[in-house]
Design a binder for this molecule. Structure first.
Ligand code: GLN
Length: 288
């Protein structure tokens, strides 16, 4: 880029370079990041000249984005359900689709005064923190098998001052004590091992363990469903995010273990995305 450039011109050149779907928006985000300003400031100052050091920093950010690195990892942040979350390459980047699951979870616990909720594979903590924030009396347990991801989730809880989430390092249910929950939620890895999408876009940079699980993508979902009755209270619900084409398989798994009232919800794009089902027991037959 020539020097010095106005903010307006720098943004125009940047969006041409990016060639991404949302290139105008992404160029703005990256320049905001380089300048440490908000969007309103950027637009109000579009005729200002860029300082050479800022221009250099902006060009470096653009080059990273041009090489495919996700915006969320470059900036280290992603907004999810109104929460500003820290994200790192140790965590999956929270998706708008997963807000469908949060909406459904909040609706499910509406009648409970202090519901207990388990989030399996919490990553950044997105689901657990969104639910906990909107239901301050809920007790949320969030687990992840990745110590690095769990650190990110804990930092998010601290910076958002959310205190009703308890974090546990655990491979799915393995590290849990004998506790039962009104609701178990999860956005586990579910992409098929050979899915072409794994070689495209943001997912190339995301932790593979958060994306795929066995040949058909369903290994972890199978595990979660097969063991859920040990951890669900009577009448408790299991709610799982899955691939658009996995609805029947997930519903069958749920039916096989005896869950009832199976229901699937669509994401913002109109694809099947979340399936839930209920523990039919009225009285627990186990330890509580
Ligand atoms: N929904 C994500 C995607 O398709 C995958 C998330 C996941 O595997 N849990 O990119």
């Amino acid at each position: 880029m020539p020097n010095p450039l106005s903010i307006k011109l720098a943004l125009q050149m940047a969006s041409t370079q990016l060639k991404t779907e949302a290139s105008v928006f992404e160029a703005q985000l990256l320049l905001q990041y380089a300048l440490n300003v908000n969007r309103a400031w950027l637009i109000a100052h579009e005729h200002d000249a860029l300082q050479p050091n800022i221009q250099k920093a902006f060009e470096a950010l653009l080059n990273r984005r041009s090489a495919g690195e996700p915006i969320a990892y470059i900036m280290g942040r992603r907004e999810f359900y109104g929460l500003d979350l820290l994200v790192t390459p140790d965590t999956l980047i929270p998706r708008p689709d997963t807000e469908t699951l949060v909406d459904a979870a909040l609706a499910k616990i509406l009648d409970h005064s202090n519901p207990s909720i388990l989030d399996l594979g919490t990553g950044t903590g997105a689901i657990a923190l969104a639910v906990a924030k909107h239901r301050p009396k809920a007790n949320v347990v969030a687990v992840d098998a990745s110590p690095a991801a769990l650190e990110v989730a804990k930092k998010n809880a601290a910076s958002l001052a959310i205190t009703n989430v308890h974090f546990i390092l655990s491979d799915w249910y393995a590290g849990l004590a004998n506790q039962r929950f009104d609701l178990i939620v999860s956005n586990p890895p579910y992409i098929e091992q050979n899915d072409i999408h794994l070689t495209q876009g943001d997912v190339r940079f995301e932790p593979i363990s958060a994306l795929t699980s066995g040949a058909d993508g369903l290994d972890d979902i199978r595990h979660i469903v097969e063991h859920c009755l040990i951890y669900l209270k009577p009448q408790g619900w299991l709610m799982i995010e899955h691939g658009y084409n996995q609805t029947d398989l997930v519903a069958d798994l749920m039916a096989e273990v005896g869950l009832v009232s199976i229901e699937t919800l669509k994401d913002l794009a109109g694809n099947n995305r979340v399936t839930m089902a209920k523990n039919p027991l009225i009285i627990s037959t186990h330890w509580d």
